[in-house]
Design a protein around this ligand. Sequence first.
Ligand code: MN
Length: 200
Amino acid sequence: MTISLPALPYARDALAPHISSETLDYHYGKHHQAYVDNLNGLIDGTPHADADLETIVHASAKAGEAGIFNNAAQIWNHTFYWHSMAPNGGGAPAAGSAIAKAIDDSFGSYDAFKEAFATAGKTQFGSGWAWLVSNNGKLEVRKTANAETPLTDGVTPLITMDVWEHAYYLDYQNKRPGYIDVFLDSLVNWSFAEENLAKA
Ligand code: MN
């Protein structure tokens, strides 16, 4: 099986002005594509060659195959990130929705969640990701470094935000906190979180 680059769930200019088409040209078209190309080169002729992506993430993590894991996990994380955003997204989830209720139950309020998620993104030193996950029904905010993914921790990811510089540098330069605010206020896709929560 050859791993392929999944289609973006929207047009490359659909997140503008919050995230520009130029950023998506590089981030999706170059970075995400490069992880796919690298992984296909690395798994060719190995026992991973016939596996699906999620299986490769788990197996390479377990085996300590860093090169394969880094590329496979980055493919998975980026696909999850594109779906974690939507044109006209952002703000609190609809009152009364399952995800709104789960956030209130786990964090006390949406504002408390927002503060925890933004802090995770701001305090991830260097490259990485901020996550909202379901841990046996309890929602938690986590952060991971580089390609690390909570997928290998036995929890269910609900939303992720890429805080590698390539995610925001063209639009926000060094201002990661500005990008994080925009992610939460204008991009986060609560419908996707709710679909993932239903599977948790
Ligand atoms: Mn990225």
